[in-house]
Design a protein around this ligand. Structure first.
Ligand SMILES: Cc1cc2nc3c(=O)[nH]c(=O)nc-3n(C[C@H](O)[C@H](O)[C@H](O)COP(=O)(O)OP(=O)(O)OC[C@H]3O[C@@H](n4cnc5c(N)ncnc54)[C@H](O)[C@@H]3O)c2cc1C
Length: 452
């Protein structure tokens, strides 16, 4: 792999303990990666999880995305209904663990469905519990920068660490980077949004000292901005997003704000796989978030004495690369509520497309669609599978299936498929999706007679 690997002092990678072969290497510690690594290690495999940051949670923590979306059904009038949980498995393990550690709100209305808002500190703790208890070897502060590939088989990953470059070797790879980094580096096919146009990022932030009673009296129970707030937003030139979501959290007086749309300073759409665009997104975010905070203080009852707790650690990225899988979730599948025999998760989450001044929400009322196993399997490449938001999906379909309840299940499905692949020496393309469906059903947490 050339001179940069040779530049590493061999003692440093011995110290890291990484110059060895793992059964399974999971790249990325977001919702998909947490589920994939935990499930893989629980199945008895020597598993390594690599994460460029110093904690797990991915966009749900570093981007403060803030709620578990996709857990519940969608109905015409949530005010007159009770939420029904649609998805269990690892999503339920995470939900109940967060709840047990007082890190999750009760279901809150979001348009025609419900979400539950998590506390990021508790999320970090719960993720660490799962990973350590299952025996996953974690490697933080290490960024995957290249792959070692021969004859379409990946042998290892090249990492950049503080000690220099190093490599880790593995038999199977689960790409949970969100950006399909392994797939991209291996030269396999990826696509980006709608002919390169991707959803806009947002900078999340939290505010404190909100008078929640007064705030709720004005805003109402729906976490999506009511028409009177939209009208006020339309009058504010400095705010480029005109429809927003606000979530009271488990902490007294605290509200999580999903209220910004991030573009370049000149208003152009950004591609955050370009480091210059990504840097501009971080900078523009600072001003949009503060401008939105000022709006809340000036206009929203209950927020007059609020203070700005903090920005998310980084701008929240909704979409970058998607793989080209043996199957692709289409926009039609989502809109028509397509049901499948080789499903790995179901979803009633709307198409929540962040583009333009008002995000579009297109609902699937009293219905759901299935996501096929093949959407995780790249059309070529023998020993790599993906889980999480980089799965194979059309642009608008991705705007629905990217949320975290489903990402947990993609991670679980990818790990179960990897278990089969190792036991029977199978390429992922040769695994029958229906077998994964049935294995997932047998190992379903939270329900006696599970259904997807
Ligand atoms: C602003 C915003 C708000 C959102 N709101 C919600 C919400 O309320 N509810 C909800 O359910 N979903 C929400 N989402 C969507 C959800 O957060 C993401 O779709 C989900 O986190 C994707 O999970 P993932 O595991 O696929 O990837 P990610 O969460 O993106 O995690 C990928 C991980 O891989 C790591 N990584 C990436 N590349 C490398 C590399 N080369 N080397 C090492 N590590 C690497 C990253 O550091 C990261 O930790 C929101 C997203 C955004 C951006």
């Amino acid at each position: 792999m050339g001179s940069y690997l040779e530049s590493l002092d061999p003692n440093s990678y011995n110290k890291l303990g990484v110059l060895e072969t793992f059964d399974i290497i999971v790249l990325g510690g977001g919702p998909a990666g947490i589920a994939a690594a935990t499930t893989a290690a629980e199945a008895g495999h020597k598993t390594l999880l690599i994460e460029r940051l110093g904690f797990c949670g991915g966009a749900a923590v570093s981007g403060m995305s803030g709620t578990i979306c996709g857990l519940y059904n969608s109905v015409e009038d949530p005010q007159a209904a009770q939420p029904q949980q649609l998805i269990f498995g690892f999503a339920e393990r995470m939900r109940s663990a967060l709840d047990l550690q007082d890190g999750l709100t009760a279901p809150q209305i979001y348009g025609k469905t419900w979400v539950a808002t998590h506390d990021c500190a508790t999320y970090k703790k719960v993720a660490t519990d799962f990973l350590l208890n299952s025996g996953v070897q974690i490697l933080y502060h290490s960024e995957m920068i290249d792959v070692l590939v021969q004859n379409n088989v990946i042998d290892g990953l090249v990492l950049h660490t503080k000690s220099g470059f190093t490599k880790v070797l593995g038999r199977r790879f689960i790409d949970c980077s969100g950006d399909a980094d392994i797939i991209f580096r291996a030269g396999l096919i990826t696509t980006k949004g709608n002919n390169g146009i991707i959803q806009n990022p947002s900078m999340m932030f939290k505010i404190g000292n909100v008078n929640i009673t007064r705030y709720l009296e004005y805003w109402g129970d729906d976490t999506i901005s009511p028409p009177k707030v939209v009208k006020k937003l339309e009058e504010r030139q400095e705010l480029i997003r005109k429809k927003v979501w606000l979530f009271p959290t488990v902490n007294p007086g605290e509200v999580l704000v999903n209220g910004t749309k991030i573009t370049g300073f000149d208003g152009r759409a950004l591609d955050v796989t370009d480091p210059l665009d990504h840097s501009e997104a971080e900078q523009f975010s600072i001003y949009q978030a503060k401008a939105f905070f000022n709006f809340l203080k000036e206009e929203i009852p209950g927020c007059e004495n609020a203070y700005f707790i903090d920005y998310a650690q980084e701008v929240g990225v909704r979409q970058t690369r998607s793989i080209t899988g043996v199957k692709r979730l289409t926009n039609e599948d989502v809109v028509n509520g397509t049901k499948l025999k080789d499903t790995i998760a179901r979803s009633s989450w709307p198409i929540e497309l962040h583009y333009g001044s008002k995000p579009k929400t297109e609902w699937l009322i009293d219905d759901y669609y299935d996501i096929p196993f093949g959407a995780l399997v790249p059309s070529s490449g023998k020993n790599v599978i993906v889980a999480g938001r980089c799965l194979s999906a059309e642009h608008e379909a991705l705007a629905s299936c990217r949320v975290t309840a489903q990402c947990f299940e993609y991670g679980r499905a990818a790990a179960m498929a990897t278990d089969l692949s190792l036991k029977f020496d199978l390429n992922y393309q040769d695994i029958d999706g229906m077998e994964i469906t049935s294995l997932m059903n047998e190992n379903y947490y939270g329900q006696k007679n599970p259904v997807f």
